[in-house]
Design a protein around this ligand. Structure first.
Ligand code: SAH
Ligand code: SF4
Length: 453
């Protein structure tokens, strides 16, 4: 979501005097978009700021303007504290207020030019107006695109800052999402990933003011009708919102990728309860069962937290067992990080750091094994891949397989933006390598011409 937000911030600033640069030391504006989900992400901000301060001072000595802005959830959560820890920061803007950036910048620049500051530019209130109404229209930037359809969260898992930093759950209106998707596809996009902190809680109003809302399954069905849109994904889902209509959609909509990120966090019912996840392991397994019945080739990824307060060796063993039992082909795993303001941060029964490190290592080894096993099993198979970007090496293009594996392929530039049938020849932990058999379009053409392939 932060990648999407960063692109939207660039859109907001386009048309003003700003354009992107690769040289921060020459930039008139350095804006850092931040994540507050774990402490490590937040700390990175302050070390980066130290470096950017040096550039700012240098520019000042040369009589040149420069503005440093902190955007995103660290700004939202820490507000004024950002100014106390880093007094050279000019603007702090929360994730619901990006549309205010042009005026924040105008004020900050004019104050800097006058040589003194009366106020700091702090925009972290949750504004009444919705930023989506004020952001400029999206423009495609490549062949694969994100579309935010939902933001915020009302679930209040006891470890999580999202309900505090992103605010209450909000779904963008159905017609607005459809319009955005249609625009992107008309500009060449072939693959759309719908985004939301709780994307499957989506319930967008049909028209402004109407009380009827459309859920994610309904939205997916409409998107499925867009002719040149070929792949649809969505992330991140909560197991509780994986309702039957959505599961049925997985069985019926072939453009929906056969891959779902469905975080479970822990394999222990006791810990899930303390986390306020509102489901048990057996309920989670039921959902997975139904999904696989609807779409037998569906594979899963998940999120895990180790070292949640009071987690015992037995709880952790339950997590390992769950990973073993599930058809997981990749997963993110994290050490519990006490986030300010969350109930779990106040729990007195914290797990020692060394224990968390030990458990994380063991879990990641197991996840790695499963990931490699699945990637190896792909060797020899043919997967459809949209080659949407230059590869790591010269003469290569890259894309994602239906299972979200990164694929690097020797292919000439003419394949950029095209779906190809990739014959997988190599497998690594985090990627696949292969050769282009034929572009899918060429294959369809041959098929129509009656050639047997
Ligand atoms: N809405 C999604 C998760 C969004 S946050 C869900 O409910 O599943 C992304 C992931 O960050 C979470 O799934 C969790 O594994 C991790 N995470 C969130 N808060 C954390 C914390 N305090 N410590 C460690 N990991 C955390
Ligand atoms: Fe955070 Fe996800 Fe829980 Fe919401 S459902 S509080 S975003 S972990």
């Amino acid at each position: 979501m932060n990648v999407y937000d960063s692109n939207r911030i660039i859109d907001v600033l386009k048309g003003s005097e700003y354009f992107p640069t690769d040289s921060p030391e020459k930039a008139t504006l350095i804006l850092i978009n931040t994540c507050h989900i774990r402490e490590k992400a937040a700390e990175k901000l302050y070390s980066d700021l130290g470096r950017y301060h040096v550039y700012k001072q240098k520019r000042k000595r040369n009589g040149e303007d420069s503005i440093i802005a902190v955007a995103g959830c660290v700004g939202q959560a820490e507000g004024e504290q950002v100014f106390s820890r880093a007094p050279f920061v000019d603007i702090v803007v929360g994730p619901q207020s990006y549309h205010e950036l042009p005026s924040l910048l105008d004020r900050a620049i004019s104050q800097n030019r006058r040589g003194f500051r009366e106020t700091r530019e702090l925009a972290i209130q949750f504004p009444k107006e919705k930023k989506f109404d004020y952001l400029p229209k999206v423009r495609a930037n490549g062949f694969s695109a994100f579309v935010t359809i939902q933001e915020g969260c009302d679930k209040f898992c006891t470890f999580c800052v999202v309900p505090y930093t992103r605010g209450a759950e909000y779904s963008r209106p159905f017609h607005e999402v459809l319009e955005e998707a249609n625009t992107l596809v008309s500009q060449g996009v072939r693959e759309i990933t719908l985004l939301g902190q709780n994307v499957n809680a989506y319930h967008g109003h049909q028209k402004n003011g109407s009380v009827n809302s459309i859920k994610l399954a309904g939205l997916l069905r409409e998107l499925h009708k867009i002719k040149d849109l070929e792949v649809i994904r969505y992330t991140t889902s909560h197991p509780r919102d994986m309702t039957d209509d959505l599961i049925i959609a997985h069985g019926e909509l072939e453009k929906l990728a056969p891959f779902l990120h469905l975080p479970v966090q822990s394999g222990s019912d006791r810990i899930l309860k303390k986390m306020n996840r509102k489901h048990t392991i057996s309920e989670y397994l039921d959902v997975v069962d139904k999904l696989v019945k609807a779409r037998p080739e569906l594979k899963l990824s998940s999120d895990f937290i180790v070292g949640f307060p009071s987690e015992t060796d037995t709880d952790f063993a339950d997590t390992l067992k769950l990973v073993n039992d599930l058809d997981i082909i990749q997963a993110y795993s994290f050490k519990f990080s006490a986030r300010p303001g969350t109930p779990a941060s106040l729990d007195l029964d914290q797990v020692p750091e060394e224990k968390k490190t030990e458990r994380l290592k063991e879990l990641q080894e197991l996840i790695g094994k499963k990931q490699i096993k699945f990637n190896n099993s792909c060797i020899g198979s043919r997967l459809s891949v949209l080659l949407d970007r230059p590869g790591r090496k010269k003469g290569q293009l890259s894309g994602r397989t239906p299972y979200m594996q990164a694929a690097h392929v020797d292919a000439s530039g003419e394949y950029l933006g095209k779906f190809v049938e990739l014959k997988v020849t190599e497998a690594y932990r985090n990627s696949l390598g292969g050769v282009v058999e034929k572009s899918i379009k060429e294959k369809e053409k041959l098929f129509q011409e009656g050639e047997v392939i």
